[in-house]
Design a protein around this ligand. Structure first.
Ligand code: URA
Length: 433
Protein backbone atom coordinates (compact mmCIF):
# COMPACT_ATOMS: atom_id res chain seq x y z
CA UNK A 1 0.00 0.00 0.00
CA UNK A 2 1.29 3.51 -0.80
CA UNK A 3 0.34 6.74 0.94
CA UNK A 4 0.50 8.47 -2.45
CA UNK A 5 -2.40 6.35 -3.74
CA UNK A 6 -4.46 6.99 -0.60
CA UNK A 7 -4.01 10.75 -1.01
CA UNK A 8 -4.95 10.53 -4.70
CA UNK A 9 -8.06 8.50 -3.94
CA UNK A 10 -9.34 10.99 -1.36
CA UNK A 11 -8.36 13.96 -3.53
CA UNK A 12 -10.60 12.48 -6.24
CA UNK A 13 -13.47 12.21 -3.76
CA UNK A 14 -13.46 8.43 -3.37
CA UNK A 15 -14.10 6.49 -0.17
CA UNK A 16 -11.11 4.97 1.63
CA UNK A 17 -11.18 1.38 2.83
CA UNK A 18 -10.67 0.43 6.48
CA UNK A 19 -7.22 -0.95 5.60
CA UNK A 20 -6.20 2.32 3.95
CA UNK A 21 -7.35 4.35 6.95
CA UNK A 22 -5.48 2.02 9.33
CA UNK A 23 -2.35 2.18 7.13
CA UNK A 24 -2.42 6.00 7.35
CA UNK A 25 -3.03 6.18 11.12
CA UNK A 26 -0.47 3.48 11.99
CA UNK A 27 2.15 4.93 9.64
CA UNK A 28 1.67 8.49 10.82
CA UNK A 29 1.79 7.46 14.49
CA UNK A 30 5.00 5.43 14.09
CA UNK A 31 6.66 8.12 11.98
CA UNK A 32 6.94 6.15 8.72
CA UNK A 33 4.50 8.53 6.98
CA UNK A 34 5.91 12.07 6.92
CA UNK A 35 4.06 15.25 7.89
CA UNK A 36 3.79 16.49 4.30
CA UNK A 37 1.88 13.42 3.13
CA UNK A 38 -0.35 13.43 6.21
CA UNK A 39 -1.05 17.13 5.66
CA UNK A 40 -2.01 16.49 2.03
CA UNK A 41 -4.46 13.79 3.09
CA UNK A 42 -5.95 16.01 5.82
CA UNK A 43 -6.52 18.77 3.26
CA UNK A 44 -8.15 16.28 0.87
CA UNK A 45 -10.45 15.15 3.73
CA UNK A 46 -11.17 18.79 4.51
CA UNK A 47 -12.45 19.37 0.96
CA UNK A 48 -13.95 15.99 0.09
CA UNK A 49 -15.24 14.90 3.51
CA UNK A 50 -15.68 11.35 4.74
CA UNK A 51 -18.64 8.98 4.78
CA UNK A 52 -20.12 7.80 8.09
CA UNK A 53 -18.32 4.50 7.67
CA UNK A 54 -14.96 6.15 6.99
CA UNK A 55 -15.38 8.49 9.99
CA UNK A 56 -16.21 5.58 12.33
CA UNK A 57 -13.25 3.58 11.01
CA UNK A 58 -10.94 6.57 11.37
CA UNK A 59 -12.13 6.90 14.97
CA UNK A 60 -11.40 3.24 15.75
CA UNK A 61 -8.00 3.35 14.02
CA UNK A 62 -7.15 6.32 16.25
CA UNK A 63 -8.41 4.56 19.41
CA UNK A 64 -6.16 1.60 18.54
CA UNK A 65 -3.08 3.81 18.03
CA UNK A 66 -2.35 3.74 21.78
CA UNK A 67 -3.48 2.62 25.20
CA UNK A 68 -7.09 2.38 26.27
CA UNK A 69 -8.43 2.76 29.80
CA UNK A 70 -10.33 -0.11 31.34
CA UNK A 71 -13.00 1.25 33.66
CA UNK A 72 -14.65 -2.11 34.22
CA UNK A 73 -13.58 -2.01 37.89
CA UNK A 74 -15.94 0.92 38.41
CA UNK A 75 -19.41 -0.20 39.43
CA UNK A 76 -22.36 1.24 37.50
CA UNK A 77 -22.71 2.89 34.12
CA UNK A 78 -19.80 5.27 33.56
CA UNK A 79 -20.74 8.62 32.07
CA UNK A 80 -18.44 11.17 30.48
CA UNK A 81 -19.08 14.61 29.05
CA UNK A 82 -17.12 16.55 26.47
CA UNK A 83 -17.29 20.01 24.99
CA UNK A 84 -16.05 20.86 21.52
CA UNK A 85 -14.40 23.90 23.09
CA UNK A 86 -15.29 27.51 23.68
CA UNK A 87 -14.58 30.69 25.60
CA UNK A 88 -15.61 30.95 29.25
CA UNK A 89 -16.72 27.32 29.11
CA UNK A 90 -16.67 26.14 32.73
CA UNK A 91 -19.55 23.66 32.32
CA UNK A 92 -17.45 20.61 33.28
CA UNK A 93 -16.59 22.21 36.62
CA UNK A 94 -20.31 22.47 37.32
CA UNK A 95 -21.62 19.18 35.94
CA UNK A 96 -19.12 16.81 37.56
CA UNK A 97 -20.22 17.52 41.16
CA UNK A 98 -23.83 17.90 40.00
CA UNK A 99 -24.17 14.57 38.21
CA UNK A 100 -22.12 12.77 40.84
CA UNK A 101 -24.46 13.98 43.57
CA UNK A 102 -27.19 11.85 41.96
CA UNK A 103 -24.95 8.81 42.30
CA UNK A 104 -23.83 8.71 38.65
CA UNK A 105 -20.19 7.59 38.36
CA UNK A 106 -18.44 10.44 36.51
CA UNK A 107 -15.02 9.44 35.19
CA UNK A 108 -13.86 12.60 33.45
CA UNK A 109 -10.78 12.99 31.31
CA UNK A 110 -10.12 16.56 30.31
CA UNK A 111 -7.67 18.59 28.30
CA UNK A 112 -5.69 21.79 28.59
CA UNK A 113 -6.37 25.04 26.81
CA UNK A 114 -4.73 26.01 23.55
CA UNK A 115 -5.12 29.23 21.58
CA UNK A 116 -8.37 31.06 22.29
CA UNK A 117 -10.06 28.15 24.07
CA UNK A 118 -9.55 27.29 27.74
CA UNK A 119 -9.13 23.85 29.28
CA UNK A 120 -10.77 22.42 32.39
CA UNK A 121 -7.49 20.95 33.68
CA UNK A 122 -5.83 24.40 33.70
CA UNK A 123 -8.82 25.95 35.43
CA UNK A 124 -8.78 23.35 38.20
CA UNK A 125 -5.04 23.75 38.71
CA UNK A 126 -5.68 27.36 39.73
CA UNK A 127 -7.00 25.87 43.01
CA UNK A 128 -4.02 25.61 45.38
CA UNK A 129 -2.88 21.98 45.67
CA UNK A 130 -5.38 20.51 43.17
CA UNK A 131 -3.82 17.48 41.43
CA UNK A 132 -4.97 16.53 37.94
CA UNK A 133 -2.43 13.75 37.48
CA UNK A 134 -3.93 10.71 39.16
CA UNK A 135 -2.75 7.13 38.98
CA UNK A 136 -5.19 4.69 37.36
CA UNK A 137 -5.87 3.15 40.79
CA UNK A 138 -6.57 6.52 42.38
CA UNK A 139 -8.83 7.57 39.50
CA UNK A 140 -10.84 4.34 39.61
CA UNK A 141 -10.85 4.29 43.43
CA UNK A 142 -12.23 7.85 43.63
CA UNK A 143 -15.00 7.17 41.13
CA UNK A 144 -15.99 4.03 43.04
CA UNK A 145 -15.95 5.75 46.42
CA UNK A 146 -17.02 9.32 45.67
CA UNK A 147 -18.64 8.91 42.20
CA UNK A 148 -16.26 11.40 40.60
CA UNK A 149 -12.72 11.96 39.43
CA UNK A 150 -11.14 14.22 36.86
CA UNK A 151 -7.73 13.76 35.31
CA UNK A 152 -5.66 15.01 32.41
CA UNK A 153 -5.36 12.64 29.50
CA UNK A 154 -2.57 10.15 30.07
CA UNK A 155 0.50 10.24 27.84
CA UNK A 156 -0.25 7.35 25.56
CA UNK A 157 -3.98 7.72 25.06
CA UNK A 158 -4.70 8.20 21.34
CA UNK A 159 -1.17 9.24 20.31
CA UNK A 160 -2.43 9.54 16.71
CA UNK A 161 -4.67 12.41 17.77
CA UNK A 162 -1.83 14.25 19.53
CA UNK A 163 0.25 14.23 16.34
CA UNK A 164 -2.65 14.85 13.99
CA UNK A 165 -4.10 17.68 16.06
CA UNK A 166 -0.75 19.49 16.12
CA UNK A 167 -0.51 19.08 12.34
CA UNK A 168 -4.11 20.24 11.77
CA UNK A 169 -3.44 23.26 13.93
CA UNK A 170 -0.74 24.53 11.53
CA UNK A 171 -2.30 23.40 8.24
CA UNK A 172 -5.75 25.04 8.52
CA UNK A 173 -7.51 21.67 8.78
CA UNK A 174 -8.97 21.82 12.28
CA UNK A 175 -12.52 22.78 11.36
CA UNK A 176 -13.44 19.68 9.39
CA UNK A 177 -16.41 17.69 10.68
CA UNK A 178 -14.99 14.15 10.22
CA UNK A 179 -11.64 15.23 11.68
CA UNK A 180 -13.15 16.91 14.77
CA UNK A 181 -15.65 14.09 15.28
CA UNK A 182 -13.00 11.36 15.12
CA UNK A 183 -10.59 13.35 17.31
CA UNK A 184 -13.13 13.82 20.10
CA UNK A 185 -14.82 10.44 19.92
CA UNK A 186 -11.52 8.51 19.78
CA UNK A 187 -10.45 10.12 23.07
CA UNK A 188 -13.79 9.44 24.74
CA UNK A 189 -13.82 5.81 23.61
CA UNK A 190 -10.17 5.22 24.55
CA UNK A 191 -10.81 6.66 28.00
CA UNK A 192 -13.45 4.02 28.69
CA UNK A 193 -16.73 5.96 28.70
CA UNK A 194 -19.88 3.91 28.22
CA UNK A 195 -22.18 6.92 27.87
CA UNK A 196 -21.15 10.25 26.43
CA UNK A 197 -22.90 13.61 26.57
CA UNK A 198 -21.44 16.06 24.07
CA UNK A 199 -21.72 19.81 24.35
CA UNK A 200 -21.33 20.97 20.76
CA UNK A 201 -20.71 24.69 20.63
CA UNK A 202 -21.97 26.92 17.81
CA UNK A 203 -20.90 30.50 17.16
CA UNK A 204 -17.99 32.92 17.04
CA UNK A 205 -15.99 31.23 19.82
CA UNK A 206 -16.47 27.70 18.46
CA UNK A 207 -14.96 25.70 15.63
CA UNK A 208 -18.42 25.48 14.09
CA UNK A 209 -19.58 29.04 13.47
CA UNK A 210 -23.19 28.23 12.48
CA UNK A 211 -25.84 26.18 14.27
CA UNK A 212 -26.32 24.09 11.10
CA UNK A 213 -22.66 23.08 10.99
CA UNK A 214 -22.64 22.38 14.74
CA UNK A 215 -25.74 20.18 14.35
CA UNK A 216 -24.01 18.28 11.55
CA UNK A 217 -20.94 17.73 13.75
CA UNK A 218 -23.24 16.67 16.61
CA UNK A 219 -25.07 14.19 14.37
CA UNK A 220 -21.79 12.73 13.11
CA UNK A 221 -20.53 12.14 16.67
CA UNK A 222 -23.82 10.60 17.79
CA UNK A 223 -23.62 8.22 14.79
CA UNK A 224 -20.06 7.24 15.70
CA UNK A 225 -21.15 6.60 19.29
CA UNK A 226 -24.04 4.46 18.09
CA UNK A 227 -21.91 2.43 15.71
CA UNK A 228 -19.46 1.71 18.56
CA UNK A 229 -22.16 0.85 21.11
CA UNK A 230 -21.75 3.97 23.24
CA UNK A 231 -24.94 5.73 24.28
CA UNK A 232 -24.37 9.27 23.03
CA UNK A 233 -26.39 12.48 23.24
CA UNK A 234 -25.24 15.76 21.73
CA UNK A 235 -26.55 19.13 22.85
CA UNK A 236 -25.89 22.07 20.50
CA UNK A 237 -25.31 25.14 22.66
CA UNK A 238 -24.57 28.80 22.09
CA UNK A 239 -21.02 30.11 21.77
CA UNK A 240 -21.86 33.25 19.82
CA UNK A 241 -20.53 35.18 22.84
CA UNK A 242 -18.48 34.02 25.83
CA UNK A 243 -20.37 31.78 28.24
CA UNK A 244 -21.18 33.48 31.55
CA UNK A 245 -19.30 36.56 32.68
CA UNK A 246 -15.82 35.24 33.40
CA UNK A 247 -13.12 34.13 30.97
CA UNK A 248 -9.82 32.85 32.36
CA UNK A 249 -8.96 30.32 35.03
CA UNK A 250 -9.37 31.23 38.73
CA UNK A 251 -12.18 33.67 37.87
CA UNK A 252 -14.00 30.85 36.05
CA UNK A 253 -13.69 28.68 39.17
CA UNK A 254 -15.43 31.44 41.16
CA UNK A 255 -18.23 31.60 38.59
CA UNK A 256 -18.69 27.82 38.66
CA UNK A 257 -18.91 27.99 42.47
CA UNK A 258 -21.65 30.61 42.11
CA UNK A 259 -23.73 28.37 39.83
CA UNK A 260 -23.38 25.45 42.25
CA UNK A 261 -24.53 27.76 45.04
CA UNK A 262 -27.68 28.57 43.06
CA UNK A 263 -26.45 31.92 41.74
CA UNK A 264 -24.39 32.61 38.62
CA UNK A 265 -25.30 33.36 35.02
CA UNK A 266 -28.50 32.04 33.45
CA UNK A 267 -26.73 30.76 30.30
CA UNK A 268 -24.37 28.62 32.39
CA UNK A 269 -27.12 27.39 34.66
CA UNK A 270 -29.25 26.28 31.72
CA UNK A 271 -26.44 24.61 29.79
CA UNK A 272 -25.05 22.87 32.89
CA UNK A 273 -28.46 21.59 34.03
CA UNK A 274 -29.25 20.31 30.54
CA UNK A 275 -25.93 18.48 30.16
CA UNK A 276 -26.08 17.04 33.69
CA UNK A 277 -29.70 15.93 33.15
CA UNK A 278 -28.73 13.96 30.04
CA UNK A 279 -25.84 12.44 32.00
CA UNK A 280 -28.33 11.35 34.65
CA UNK A 281 -30.67 9.85 32.04
CA UNK A 282 -27.91 8.00 30.15
CA UNK A 283 -26.44 6.83 33.45
CA UNK A 284 -29.82 5.28 34.31
CA UNK A 285 -30.68 7.41 37.37
CA UNK A 286 -33.85 8.74 35.69
CA UNK A 287 -35.96 7.74 32.75
CA UNK A 288 -37.15 11.22 31.94
CA UNK A 289 -35.13 14.33 31.31
CA UNK A 290 -37.58 16.56 33.23
CA UNK A 291 -37.33 14.43 36.37
CA UNK A 292 -33.53 14.49 36.23
CA UNK A 293 -33.65 18.27 35.74
CA UNK A 294 -35.87 18.79 38.81
CA UNK A 295 -33.69 16.50 40.91
CA UNK A 296 -30.61 18.48 39.92
CA UNK A 297 -32.29 21.78 40.76
CA UNK A 298 -33.04 20.33 44.19
CA UNK A 299 -29.44 19.18 44.58
CA UNK A 300 -28.34 22.81 44.05
CA UNK A 301 -31.04 24.21 46.36
CA UNK A 302 -30.17 21.81 49.17
CA UNK A 303 -26.45 22.65 49.10
CA UNK A 304 -25.47 19.11 48.14
CA UNK A 305 -24.00 20.27 44.83
CA UNK A 306 -21.61 22.77 46.38
CA UNK A 307 -20.64 20.29 49.11
CA UNK A 308 -19.79 17.85 46.37
CA UNK A 309 -17.48 20.38 44.70
CA UNK A 310 -15.71 20.81 48.06
CA UNK A 311 -15.38 17.04 48.25
CA UNK A 312 -13.97 16.83 44.70
CA UNK A 313 -11.38 19.49 45.53
CA UNK A 314 -10.45 17.75 48.78
CA UNK A 315 -10.06 14.26 47.34
CA UNK A 316 -7.78 15.59 44.60
CA UNK A 317 -5.47 17.38 47.05
CA UNK A 318 -6.84 20.92 46.77
CA UNK A 319 -7.92 23.34 49.46
CA UNK A 320 -11.75 23.02 49.72
CA UNK A 321 -11.90 26.26 51.69
CA UNK A 322 -11.56 28.20 48.39
CA UNK A 323 -15.27 27.52 47.85
CA UNK A 324 -16.22 29.81 50.73
CA UNK A 325 -13.13 31.99 50.70
CA UNK A 326 -12.50 32.69 47.04
CA UNK A 327 -9.84 35.27 47.89
CA UNK A 328 -7.57 32.25 48.43
CA UNK A 329 -7.52 31.83 44.63
CA UNK A 330 -4.81 33.61 42.61
CA UNK A 331 -5.53 37.31 41.98
CA UNK A 332 -3.93 39.52 39.34
CA UNK A 333 -2.11 42.76 40.14
CA UNK A 334 -3.72 44.93 37.46
CA UNK A 335 -7.38 45.39 36.52
CA UNK A 336 -7.87 47.41 33.35
CA UNK A 337 -11.30 48.72 32.45
CA UNK A 338 -12.25 48.67 28.78
CA UNK A 339 -14.83 51.40 28.19
CA UNK A 340 -17.32 51.87 25.38
CA UNK A 341 -16.71 54.59 22.81
CA UNK A 342 -20.31 54.32 21.54
CA UNK A 343 -23.75 54.31 23.01
CA UNK A 344 -26.52 51.86 22.12
CA UNK A 345 -26.97 48.15 22.74
CA UNK A 346 -24.44 45.33 22.65
CA UNK A 347 -25.51 43.27 19.65
CA UNK A 348 -22.52 40.94 19.37
CA UNK A 349 -19.36 39.92 21.21
CA UNK A 350 -16.83 38.01 19.15
CA UNK A 351 -16.00 35.19 21.54
CA UNK A 352 -12.84 34.14 19.73
CA UNK A 353 -11.43 37.67 20.07
CA UNK A 354 -12.21 37.70 23.79
CA UNK A 355 -10.42 34.33 24.07
CA UNK A 356 -7.39 35.73 22.22
CA UNK A 357 -7.36 38.85 24.41
CA UNK A 358 -7.46 36.65 27.55
CA UNK A 359 -4.61 34.56 26.15
CA UNK A 360 -2.51 37.70 25.60
CA UNK A 361 -3.14 38.70 29.22
CA UNK A 362 -1.58 35.39 30.32
CA UNK A 363 -4.71 33.27 30.78
CA UNK A 364 -3.96 30.97 27.83
CA UNK A 365 -1.21 29.46 25.72
CA UNK A 366 -0.02 30.51 22.29
CA UNK A 367 2.03 27.34 22.08
CA UNK A 368 1.80 24.12 24.08
CA UNK A 369 4.96 25.05 26.01
CA UNK A 370 3.63 28.38 27.36
CA UNK A 371 2.94 28.70 31.09
CA UNK A 372 -0.46 29.93 32.26
CA UNK A 373 -1.06 32.76 34.70
CA UNK A 374 -4.08 31.44 36.60
CA UNK A 375 -5.04 34.90 37.85
CA UNK A 376 -5.28 36.46 34.37
CA UNK A 377 -8.56 36.75 32.51
CA UNK A 378 -11.50 38.95 31.58
CA UNK A 379 -14.72 39.84 33.41
CA UNK A 380 -17.49 40.59 30.93
CA UNK A 381 -19.46 43.45 32.46
CA UNK A 382 -21.73 43.83 29.41
CA UNK A 383 -23.18 41.04 27.35
CA UNK A 384 -25.38 40.84 24.25
CA UNK A 385 -28.64 42.72 24.79
CA UNK A 386 -27.23 45.13 27.42
CA UNK A 387 -27.63 48.89 27.05
CA UNK A 388 -24.41 50.94 27.03
CA UNK A 389 -23.52 54.61 27.18
CA UNK A 390 -20.25 56.17 26.07
CA UNK A 391 -17.70 55.53 28.84
CA UNK A 392 -19.48 52.52 30.35
CA UNK A 393 -17.24 49.60 31.31
CA UNK A 394 -17.64 46.79 28.77
CA UNK A 395 -15.18 44.41 30.40
CA UNK A 396 -12.30 44.35 32.87
CA UNK A 397 -8.96 42.77 31.98
CA UNK A 398 -7.04 41.06 34.81
CA UNK A 399 -3.31 40.60 34.33
CA UNK A 400 0.15 40.74 35.84
CA UNK A 401 1.64 42.03 32.61
CA UNK A 402 2.68 45.63 32.12
CA UNK A 403 1.82 46.11 28.46
CA UNK A 404 -1.78 45.29 27.60
CA UNK A 405 -2.42 47.62 24.66
CA UNK A 406 -3.06 44.83 22.16
CA UNK A 407 -5.32 42.85 24.51
CA UNK A 408 -7.31 46.02 25.26
CA UNK A 409 -7.72 46.82 21.55
CA UNK A 410 -8.87 43.28 20.71
CA UNK A 411 -11.35 43.22 23.62
CA UNK A 412 -12.83 46.60 22.64
CA UNK A 413 -13.15 45.58 18.99
CA UNK A 414 -14.82 42.31 19.99
CA UNK A 415 -17.89 44.28 21.05
CA UNK A 416 -20.45 45.18 18.37
CA UNK A 417 -22.68 48.05 19.50
CA UNK A 418 -25.87 48.76 17.54
CA UNK A 419 -28.80 51.10 17.91
CA UNK A 420 -31.57 48.58 18.59
CA UNK A 421 -31.90 46.20 21.48
CA UNK A 422 -31.17 42.62 20.52
CA UNK A 423 -33.58 40.27 22.18
CA UNK A 424 -31.95 36.96 22.40
CA UNK A 425 -30.89 34.73 23.65
CA UNK A 426 -31.06 31.07 22.92
CA UNK A 427 -28.64 29.06 25.00
CA UNK A 428 -29.62 25.62 23.73
CA UNK A 429 -30.39 25.07 20.06
CA UNK A 430 -30.87 21.38 19.55
CA UNK A 431 -30.52 17.98 21.18
CA UNK A 432 -29.50 15.06 19.01
CA UNK A 433 -29.94 11.58 20.44
N1 URA B 1 -11.40 19.18 20.32
C1 URA B 1 -10.73 18.04 20.05
O1 URA B 1 -10.40 17.28 20.95
N2 URA B 1 -10.43 17.77 18.76
C2 URA B 1 -10.77 18.58 17.74
O2 URA B 1 -10.48 18.26 16.61
C3 URA B 1 -11.46 19.76 18.04
C4 URA B 1 -11.78 20.05 19.34
Amino acid sequence: MRMYDIITKKRNGEELTREEIQFFINGYTDGSIPDYQAAALLMAVYFKGMSKRETAELTMAMVNSGETVDLSKIAGVKVDKHSTGGVGDKISLIVIPLAASLGIPVAKMSGRGLGHTGGTIDKLESIPGFRTELTREEFIGNVNKYKMAIAGQSGNLVPADKKLYALRDVTATVDSIPLIASSIMSKKIASGAECIVLDVKAGSGAFMKSVEEAAELAGTMVEIGKSLNRKTVAVVTDMSQPLGHEVGNSNEIIEAIDVLKGKGSEDERQVALTIASYMAVLGGAFEEFEKAHSALEEVIRSGKAIDNLKLLIQIQGGDPDVVDNTEKLPKAKYHIEVRSKKSGYVDSIDAESIGISAMLLGAGRKTKEDKIDFSAGISMKKKVGDKVAVGDILCVLHTNLGNTAEAEKIALEAYGIGSTEKKIVKYIYEVIQ
